[in-house]
Write a protein that binds this ligand. Structure first.
Ligand SMILES: NC(=O)c1ccc[n+]([C@@H]2O[C@H](COP(=O)([O-])OP(=O)(O)OC[C@H]3O[C@@H](n4cnc5c(N)ncnc54)[C@H](O)[C@@H]3O)[C@@H](O)[C@H]2O)c1
Length: 101
């Protein structure tokens, strides 16, 4: 299953992401990396996840319609790209600030 997981850099979101990846799921993690507490901890958590082939991360604010729309359009674009290449599930890179920490 492909899962959109909010707060992926947070205490709970990071652990849930680990469990989901270990269970074979694909996780699209989002987080705005706010500074409610030391942001280095959030960066450290994302560092543990970033090399997993089934994990992608986008820094965005889920209260922003614009940023959510961009993420949705990216998903649509990715779907079309995969169809065009006949490679459903192939990992394609698009620009919405992936790993812009
Ligand atoms: N930690 C606990 O023991 C516990 C227990 C019960 C309930 N909860 C609840 O679970 C939730 C997560 O808890 P946590 O301990 O993982 O907190 P956390 O602060 O570590 O994680 C929340 C994450 O969400 C991100 N975030 C906040 N607003 C955002 C936004 N608008 N857009 C994108 N990302 C945003 C933050 O940057 C943070 O990384 C909270 O609602 C908390 O009240 C936590």
């Amino acid at each position: 299953m492909k899962i959109l997981l909010t707060g992926a850099a947070g205490f709970i979101g990071w652990k849930v992401t680990e469990f989901l990846l270990a269970d074979g799921h694909t996780v699209v993690g989002v987080d705005n990396l706010n500074d409610a507490y030391d942001v280095r901890l959030k960066h450290w958590r994302l560092d543990q996840l970033k090399d997993h082939p089934n994990f992608t991360f986008h820094r965005l604010d889920i209260t922003s319609q614009k940023e959510l729309r961009e993420l949705w359009e990216l998903k649509e674009q990715r779907g079309r790209g995969a169809e065009e290449q006949g490679s459903g599930g192939k990992r394609l890179d698009f620009g919405l600030r992936p790993w812009s920490l």
